[in-house]
Ligand binder design. Structure first.
Ligand code: GLN
Length: 484
């Protein structure tokens, strides 16, 4: 089962070569035998998964139509609301909370007959780049279990990379799908802001958050994107633009395509082995018919500061709702104010508190203009950089992350070093543009390296086509970590 793609599993199920129930049992078995090593799952929904798989088998037995992901096991990041099933955001403040409603993406994968097998680990409230900010435990990198999975969608990436499930959903506010995909050697897509409904995604930074797929191949990721993309009355930031057929043009190659290389993304701080792998990938794409041009994104040096002001400001506002009154943790105290304080003091981890304080400061009277407003202005300049660059090219190519997976504990004492992990991914969130990370090699220690492609707004098709072309010329995406 481990060797099969989501597409192959689906095809075998509809051809009745295997049952959805058998596939589900195999996934659960794999989770039982492997997860203690890598710790991707916060909660496995064994009963729910088997019930969903059996429902697919019943439909097939009656020759009723089934959805495009029929029988495919999928893992869900724990910031996606699952009706009646615990959703914690990997935070103590939400421990035990069961949402009264379903996130739209969860509704859609269910309607497509996929089989959700459980909720996976993440950095608390999606704040982090290593999964070490989970209030419960960190997830381990399947290529070297002393190393981090990346984050914040670390559990999603680990579940796929370890062969427990072929598909997972994650969320990406500053790189949280692409960076863990890169560090775990799989594919991750952050769609354009507005492409996928965020109804039922627990908000971190609302002007940046986007949900997207993680998978072992571009084709599988495209299949999942197809199912989750598109208009939703329940999310006013979600566009009603028609969703193109993503797989249709994927094989048409990239002859004549112009790929832009931003010089600022290949300078200081980039690990030489990562650089070498990305240079090689450029060559592969050039050989496949693309034209490479240098572009410049002059405001890159301000992007981290801009991101960490906007994201924390929005987070401080979004996280004000966790006050112990309506749901989640409630601490005992003599009066209401003391209860608020005690609940938040006990319920939030150190990084979440740091961000709430930073964001509150940036938004406070007297500092708003100097920090928050200034950050919004710089965001516009960064967006202009990309508009100009896209006058010269169709797609932008960069490394996904400046380094491979680092050791657990290596950056936990130094938040700034951790924030630097996001240097190449945050601009796609600040601009709303779509981005993909695909495997492009390994370093000398056998840790995966990822390549990032950033596309024009709502041009996921071009991203997928370029990524698919790269995959058809390389075999990095077929490599699997060895786990007991
Ligand atoms: N690492 C970034 C942060 O901590 C991005 C997280 C994300 O994309 N959710 O904010």
């Amino acid at each position: 089962m481990r060797e099969l793609s989501a597409k192959q599993i689906h095809e075998k199920i509809i051809a009745k070569e295997i049952t959805a129930t058998a596939v589900c049992e195999a996934a659960l078995q794999r989770i039982h035998s492997t997860d203690s090593q890598v710790k991707a799952f916060l909660a496995v929904d064994e009963q729910g998964a088997l019930a969903a798989a059996k429902a697919v088998d019943r439909k097939l037995a009656k020759n009723e139509p089934v959805g495009p992901l029929a029988g495919v096991p999928i893992a869900l990041k724990d910031n996606l609301c699952t009706k009646g099933f615990p959703t914690t955001c990997a935070s103590k403040i939400l421990a035990g909370w069961k949402p009264p409603y379903q996130a739209t993406v969860v509704e859609r994968v269910r309607a497509a007959d996929a089989v959700p097998v459980g909720k996976v680990n993440m950095d608390e409230f999606a704040m982090g780049s290593s999964c070490e900010n989970s209030a419960f435990f960190p997830s381990n990198n399947p290529w070297n279990q002393e190393c981090v999975s990346g984050g914040s969608s670390g559990g999603s990436a680990v579940a796929v990379a370890s062969g427990m499930v072929p598909l997972a959903l994650g969320s990406d506010t500053g790189g949280s799908i692409r960076q863990p995909a890169s560090l775990c050697g799989i594919v991750g897509i952050k769609p354009t802001y507005g492409r996928v409904s965020r109804y039922g995604l627990i908000a971190y930074a609302s002007s940046l958050d986007q949900i997207g797929p993680l998978a072992q191949s571009v084709e599988d990721a495209a299949m999942l994107l197809q199912v989750i993309a598109g208009c939703d009355q329940k999310d006013s930031t979600c566009t009603d633009m028609a969703v193109p057929n993503y797989t249709e043009q994927m094989q048409s190659g990239i002859k004549g395509l112009t790929i832009g290389l931003p010089q600022e993304y290949f300078s200081e701080g980039l690990d030489p082995e990562v650089k070498a792998a990305v240079e090689q990938a450029k060559q592969v794409l050039q050989d496949a018919g693309a034209r490479l041009v240098e572009v410049t994104l002059p405001h890159t040096e301000y992007s981290l500061a801009t991101y960490y002001l906007i994201a924390t400001a929005e987070a401080s506002s979004n996280l004000a709702r966790y006050d112990g009154v309506q749901y989640g943790l409630r601490a005992e105290a003599d009066n209401l104010i003391a209860m608020y304080k005690a609940t938040r003091a006990q319920g939030f981890g150190a990084e979440v508190k740091r961000r709430i304080m930073l964001g509150t400061y940036a938004l406070s009277a007297g500092y708003y203009d100097a920090y928050y407003k200034k950050a919004l202005q710089v965001r516009t300049l960064i967006q202009r950089d990309f508009t100009e660059a896209f006058n010269k090219c169709d797609i932008i190519l960069t490394p996904t992350s400046p380094t491979v997976a680092f050791r657990r504990g290596e950056k936990t004492e130094d938040p700034l070093a951790m924030y630097l992990s996001d240097i190449y991914t945050i601009s796609a969130n600040l601009t709303g543009l779509p981005g993909i990370s695909i495997p492009c090699g390994f370093n000398s220690e056998g840790l995966p390296i990822g390549l990032q492609l950033i596309g024009k707004v709502f041009d996921e098709q071009m991203l997928l086509r370029t990524a698919q072309t790269y995959q058809s010329h390389t075999d990095w995406h077929t490599k699997r970590p060895i786990l007991a």
